[in-house]
Design a protein around this ligand. Structure first.
Ligand SMILES: Cc1ncc(COP(=O)(O)O)c(C=O)c1O
Length: 363
């Protein structure tokens, strides 16, 4: 398959599916994919058909985990489709949407696909990738329908403080807009009672899934939190898109939800082991600058000279190691490096990255 120019698609997703793999893959941002045997599950847990608006036991377990009313939960195939469904319900062609920069490209592409008039606000390296509410304040207008952010931020991994989220909520409320927060990385804080911006006010619409912190991407267990009336509209709109979910997947998701504590504990151990390895490596590199997030699965270093595209090519072709070129996040001097994979692979990949950087610097 090729991604023709005429097709409205995601350049990042195409690259991720066709060109990101390597012997030492540091391009992924989620915990390693679990296998069926990693879950305690029997075929008797599965069933083929259900009907209606969502599988109630799954909705109930998501609602309980996040302390949200079941009427506020809409399930969807991963955060990807949750984002699409939420935006499709919230914006019409021509509506103004304020989008963070740098952004997760498939989400930005979906907003454009839906016909949004996208305006950008900037999370800069110099400001530690923080959101400056005063910049948003200056940018919003009565035409703004939606503000879109990721928390943790992809690509930098930076956590948004609740106080900033509240300020963003107030700005949105004043102009009658909503705030869409993609929280797919928030579970890498491994809080006993996981936070969600949904509790900060009715203007917040939140999306997430079991993908990143739990290595369960394949289940496509995603969801939206929104006020009940909007949730109802999203369920109805979903009749045009997906009608119903794959029921065996919903059943398996309920089983996985019951085992999240253990799965999360294993994930935390991987990240606690791997983060110092990357930090130690970065301590040795004067040719890189980086904001070091406390949580999450990625960092987004910047090369001090030139763009990182050439470095990424060299790294993959000669050193069999992949990272994500910053050009996919509209910041070509950067690259995104993931720490959620196998520890030995990370060690070997960092060693190779060091060699590629040495060669890159000499060139
Ligand atoms: C910000 C963000 N949202 C959504 C996704 C996709 O998540 P899911 O597998 O739940 O569709 C990703 C994956 O990289 C992501 O970084």
């Amino acid at each position: 398959m090729t991604a023709g120019r005429e097709v409205r698609s995601s350049s990042y997703m195409y690259w991720a599916k066709t060109s990101s793999t390597a012997e030492y893959n540091l391009a992924t941002s989620g915990l390693g994919n679990l296998k069926r045997r990693d879950l305690r599950v029997s075929v008797d847990d599965l069933e083929i058909t259900d009907g209606g608006y969502g599988y109630q036991p799954l909705i109930q377990s998501i609602a309980t985990r996040y302390r949200v009313a079941t009427e506020s939960v809409v399930t969807a195939a991963g955060t990807t489709f949750a984002n699409h469904l939420a935006m499709a319900a919230l914006i019409k062609p021509g509506d103004e949407v304020l989008f963070e920069h740098p952004a997760y490209e498939p989400m930005l592409a979906a907003a454009r696909y839906l016909g949004a008039k996208v305006k950008r606000f900037y999370r800069t390296f110099e400001n530690g990738f923080r959101i400056l509410p005063e910049e948003l304040e200056a940018l919003v207008s009565s035409s703004t329908r939606l503000i879109v952010i990721t928390n943790l931020h992809n690509p930098s991994g930076v956590l948004i403080e609740d106080s900033t989220l509240k300020q963003i909520g107030e700005i949105a409320r004043r102009v009658g807009a909503r705030v869409l927060v993609d929280e797919v990385y928030i579970e890498t804080l491994f809080e006993e009672s996981p936070r969600t911006a949904f509790h900060l006010g009715n203007e917040f619409v939140v999306t997430s899934s079991l993908t990143k912190a739990f290595g369960l991407s394949g289940l496509r267990c995603g969801w939206i939190f929104t006020e009940p009336e909007l949730a109802r509209q999203m369920w109805l709109l979903n009749d045009l898109f997906a009608s119903t979910a794959v029921h065996a997947g919903e059943r398996l998701s309920v089983v996985a939800m019951q085992q999240l504590a253990e799965i999360g504990e294993r994930s935390k151990q991987v990240l606690d082991r791997n983060r110092p390895l990357l930090n130690d490596f970065l301590d040795t590199r004067e040719d890189l600058e980086v904001i070091r997030p406390q949580f999450g699965t990625v960092m987004f270093p910047r090369v001090r000279r030139g763009t990182a595209d050439e470095l990424c090519r060299l790294l993959r072709e000669k050193y069999e190691t992949s990272v994500v070129p910053g050009s996919f996040f509209e910041m070509p001097a950067h690259f995104r490096i993931g720490i959620a994979g196998d520890t030995d692979v990370l060690k070997a990949g960092l060693d190779r990255l060091g060699k590629a950087l040495d060669e890159f610097s000499r060139g």
